[in-house]
Design a protein around this ligand. Structure first.
Ligand code: FES
Length: 125
């Protein structure tokens, strides 16, 4: 990994990913894939009283993918599942990471897409 490409926050979330685990008692889970490289994120949410109280992930992906998934699980905690539109957008994830090289931004959308899939699954129950 060429750490000169990435912010300290990205490098930290890659080497020390937050919430990297399967969640046995998840309220829902979602998966998303980057069709360009076949990397995948599996994202779990636990919902209580309309709020996401916990989130975790598993991933097969590059530095940007793993860091974005880690950040997504941190940012989404406490958010209401009843919000209109996106609970969490990919722009917010990239901003929280301090930015990404332009060609790696597409890698950061996998986790937010997995979150959308988890929320769709939850709302469909
Ligand atoms: Fe596959 Fe980044 S290269 S997600």
């Amino acid at each position: 990994m060429d750490t000169r490409l990435y912010t300290r926050t990205v490098v930290d979330h890659f080497w020390n990913p937050r919430n990297l685990r399967a969640m046995a008692d998840a309220s829902a889970e979602g998966r998303a894939i980057n069709r360009a490289c076949s990397d995948v994120v599996r994202l779990f949410i636990k919902v209580e009283e309309g709020r996401i109280v916990d989130s975790s992930f598993q991933a097969q992906g590059c530095v940007a993918c793993v860091a974005a998934a880690s950040m997504t699980t941190e940012l989404v905690k406490g958010r209401s599942v009843g919000m209109q539109g996106d609970v969490l957008g990919e722009e917010e994830v990239v901003e929280a990471l301090g930015g990404l090289p332009p060609k790696k931004v597409e890698c950061s959308v996998i986790a937010p897409n997995a979150l959308r899939a988890a929320l769709e699954s939850f709302r469909g129950q």
